[in-house]
Design a protein around this ligand. Structure first.
Ligand code: FES
Length: 111
């Protein structure tokens, strides 16, 4: 993917890549990010569960609740703020600011 290194904003994917509501994996440097489109709102969070090592892209997206469920021990994370809604996970996922410009999804990877 292209990036603009003079800015914290990284071009991640085309908006059309998110149209079928399947989560999209995006890796940038050491970051593993999960991009989701729920009701035409795009969210970006860390993709690795904060409890143990499980990739949330293989978890379960609940569009009506705007959550993703970890496939390993079933903690549920709020896509908006990354907070776990049940145990065993206790730490929130990092969330990233997202913007859309000219049909591209940009993620702020710093800050
Ligand atoms: S690894 Fe996700 S809840 Fe345990």
């Amino acid at each position: 993917m292209n990036s603009d290194r003079t800015s914290p904003w990284i071009r991640a994917c085309k908006t059309e890549d998110l149209k079928n509501s399947n989560p999209l994996d995006f890796d940038y440097e050491d970051k593993k990010i999960l991009i989701t489109n729920v009701d035409n709102r795009i969210y970006a969070t860390d993709r690795i569960c904060t409890h143990a090592y499980a990739d949330l892209s293989t978890g379960f997206l609940n569009e009506s609740e705007k959550t993703v469920t970890c496939p390993l021990h079933m903690s549920i994370f709020d896509l908006e703020n990354g907070k776990p809604l049940n145990l065993p996970a206790e730490e929130p996922l990092k969330t990233y600011n997202v913007k859309v410009e000219s049909d591209w999804v940009w993620i702020m990877v710093d800050g």
